[in-house]
Design a binder for this molecule. Structure first.
Ligand code: SF4
Ligand code: SF4
Ligand code: SF4
Length: 375
């Protein structure tokens, strides 16, 4: 049985966001949490891109040396999708593919979390998954500044302007509970910044809604959420593509991304951001408001000199310190070299895979995908 889960771990580890092994073997406990043996056998036959039932069945025969009834296979796949453990295409006839652990299985289990899952997630993040999550220079989320923090001299690109994005998108807009905040509350550590945790914004036809774990909202409701995020001190983290697939509104107390990143010495380098903050010591009155607003521990109050010190290696350019600095001492600066995100979600994951696998291997992967093989 362990062999089956080890094979599944190795299979999932080949995906753009992998599933690395650890010394403790906690990754196998997580897989056993998500999948029964029969389900694990099926997930072994799924790839990065959606595959239809007949193709998954053919792979099943090859992988396990026995056939499976198409009805039974379909039932397992639908069950896995409705639990949030795999992905499914939006239109019937459905295709199915693997889900990464994060962003993926964990987020899709919102409203169905248990203390056991949260314990395993924390253990796995610390034992190895956080290194996988932050590996490479192309994160799944980027940090966009709060618009109020931008001075008119800085032309803000539309992919960094979430208000503009929400005002102009022709996709459906939806919202779900924030899985990080919900999970921490389950462990007795409720979010200290917001009471209403329905703050995970997503765009397009959504599995969240189909699974009954999210709802569509109006453009105005979404803009109001962005305002709330600024007031309550939440970092805007949209999906890292020109066509953003989500906007996470993240707090430093619960967010898995921010809390894990803070454990690194120089977390700023792990984020895709085009901005950074500076403090004008001559204008600063040492009120300390910005220190409380910063979710990255990038600011430290110097009471004697009545000013604050900023650690540029921790600043992710979110702008939260800027919007509440009355004397205007905290300012957001645009980086000299800006990073433009990939076009869409598919390009993002192909680019992550290319960095992970190397160019030669990537070419092979593309040929495999074109031939309908699984990755
Ligand atoms: S990444 Fe941020 S918004 Fe998304 S689930 Fe975590 S805390 Fe919530
Ligand atoms: S909020 Fe502004 S004035 Fe107050 S400590 Fe921070 S930089 Fe200084
Ligand atoms: S100092 Fe902190 S609050 Fe200010 S932009 Fe940097 S990360 Fe955000």
């Amino acid at each position: 049985m362990t062999d089956l889960y080890r094979r599944l771990q190795q299979h999932l580890d080949k995906q753009p966001i992998g599933f690395p092994s650890t010394e403790s073997g906690v990754e196998l406990d997580l897989l056993k949490y998500f999948f029964t043996e029969a389900e694990a056998e099926v997930v072994l036959c799924l790839g990065l891109t959606h595959s239809r039932l007949w193709r998954i069945r053919r792979r099943f025969v090859r992988a396990h040396g026995r056939d499976i009834d198409e009805g039974a296979l379909g039932e397992i796949l639908e069950r896995l999708w409705s639990k949030g453990s795999i992905r499914r295409s939006t239109r019937s006839p459905y295709g199915y593919s693997v889900a990464f652990l994060a962003i993926g299985m964990f987020e899709f289990h919102v409203d169905d979390l248990t203390p056991e899952l949260m314990r395993l997630m924390h253990e796995y993040f610390d034992a190895g998954f956080k290194d996988e999550f932050f590996k490479g220079m192309l994160p799944q989320l980027r940090t966009s500044p709060h618009l109020k923090a931008i001075v008119p001299e800085h032309r803000i690109d539309t992919y960094d302007n979430m208000r503009h994005y929400v005002e102009h998108t022709d996709q459906k807009i939806g919202v779900a509970n924030c899985v990080c905040k919900q999970g921490e509350a389950l462990l007795g550590r409720p979010c200290t910044q917001v009471d209403d945790i329905e703050v995970c914004v997503f765009f397009g036809e959504s599995d969240y809604v189909e699974r009954g774990r999210g709802r569509y909202i109006t453009r105005q409701e979404c803009l109001d959420l962005l305002d709330t995020a600024e007031k309550k001190g939440l970092v805007l983290q949209p999906g890292n593509s020109l066509q953003a697939f989500c906007i996470c509104l993240c707090c430093g107390c619960c967010c898995g991304v921010l809390t894990a990143a803070r454990k690194f010495d120089k977390p700023a380098g792990l984020f895709a951001t085009n901005y950074f903050a500076t403090i004008d010591a001559t204008a600063c009155n040492g009120c300390g408001v910005c220190v409380k607003r910063c979710q990255m521990d990038a600011l430290a109050l110097d009471r004697e000199r009545r000013t604050v010190w900023l650690d540029p290696d921790r600043c992710i350019g979110c702008g939260l310190c800027v919007t509440t600095c009355r004397p205007g001492a905290a300012k957001l600066q645009k980086k000299e070299h800006v990073t433009v995100p990939p076009r869409n979600l598919e390009m993002l994951y192909l680019a992550i895979l290319a960095k992970k696998a190397g160019k030669a291997r990537m070419l092979l992967n593309l040929l495999k995908l074109a031939a309908g093989a699984r990755l």
